[in-house]
Design a protein around this ligand. Sequence first.
Ligand code: C2E
Ligand code: CA
Ligand code: CA
Length: 502
Amino acid sequence: MKEIDIDKYSYHIEWSEELKEHKSTCLEFPLLNASGSNPELALIEIKKLIRETVNWIIEKKQQLPEPLYLKNYNKEIDEVSELEFKDVLTGLYNRNYCKQVFKEYAETETAFSFIYFDIDEFKIINDVLNHDIGDEILQVVSNSLLNVLGEDSFLFRLGGDEFACIVSEKISSMSAEECIDRILSIFNDTIYLETVTIDITISLGVVYYPQNISDVKDVFKVAEIAVEEAKKSHTNSVCYFEKELKNKLESKILIESNLASALRNEELFIVYQPIIQYDDSQSITFEALLRWQSKVLGLVSPVEFIPVAEDTGQIYPIGLWVMDKAMEKLAYLSKKSSKKIKMSINISALQIKEPNFINNVKHLLEKHKVSSNSIIFEFTESVFIENNQLTKEIIENIRNLGINTSIDDFGTGYSSLIYLKDMDINYLKIDKTFIDDLGKTRRSDALVESIINIGHKLDMEITAEGIETEEQLSILNDFRCDSIQGYYYSKPLPEEELDKYL
Ligand code: C2E
Ligand code: CA
Ligand code: CA
């Protein structure tokens, strides 16, 4: 970039006025020198961008020869907008600025493509290689992106490993297709860092404005859904937002808007599925499974609404409500039965990070006067994988209260067992997908048997979930699995039907 001394140009003041009026941002502007001849272009950062400004510039540009770029035109403005609009780690534009550009393009009815992508399995890369290397990857990727797309492209880091690019065929120098090709080209090659080399892939979603989406506030959601869809297929894949996804989004939005009142309207309830021990008929565990009977949408599966609740933060009150009801039920059943009753409760990874989580649990234990060692908290592997100090402390606090911990869906999330070594985990639930294959191949049997053996060596009790046949039951018995859960024994039951198990 060639720098220009602004004072050489007599018209800059007038132009600044004009710019102020146009509320423009970071564009090329013509500057005239003192004699009024030799017009040149300058790049100036100003706060806002509107369509007329763009047209105005394009118009002027046509009469002007070589563009020059002006840096530090106004240092103060630069610094402010730098903080406000730039991502510190990578130097790319940030999420705020992305929203702003999107909004302003939409307001001026500029047709454009919103290209959104994230790095596959970045969380695992980050955890395994450590965060400094994760940061380095983000920086290297950002630089490569700037290289292939050009310094003047609207390229954003939205946060974490999420990036976006806004391309308008009218304003940008390339088409959306070309932009996507250039982005993908980076990830076809191995990435070389100082200490490691790594192959990374991305998943990319494309949304066209205004064909696919008209409301700015939905754009990130829409793009995320397209990326999720891309992740389902092979690596470095692209998903164009089409009708099918639109329906998905609409159902997500419907869930979101109706879930807000679900608790208040008492539309949530819990069913309980028994977990039976092979060698102890005197004890029984129930897993609390949440249900939503929506007045508008009918019965909605937790597989659909829990992720939405996690997105919106509604998981906090809902999760608390589930703990409250499940403990209340535990107290009731324990009083009525001569058996030892336990209650297993699914806890979302987000829930435990809420600062009040442990206090709330303590409060509920006291409220319902239940013994903490009758309670099991089920977490998916993702909770343990994080393996950071905070998670460790929370798990420790849960254990100090006397509550048991369990890994749900074991074997589906992650291929490392390192976390088993230093987290205090009492139960391990083998995921249904492994159970489905039991008795079918020697290898799948061997795998389940090994999981059970490893678990036992680490003093964990093993539960198998999703048992549907007698054959599965008997194989698991041979393998010395401790307890089973599944339709073979019982489906989840409404609370009125629990008494028969007491
Ligand atoms: P999960 O914790 O793995 O729960 C087991 C799921 O498998 C349940 O589905 C259960 O009904 C189903 N299942 C049990 N035995 C069998 C079987 O033999 N065959 C088949 N085909 N399915 C069986 P459900 O109730 O739809 O729950 C789905 C998921 O929703 C749960 O998976 C859990 O991850 C989540 N979830 C449910 N309730 C809560 C909750 O209160 N809080 C949180 N955070 N998540 C919940
Ligand atoms: Ca579970
Ligand atoms: Ca499970």
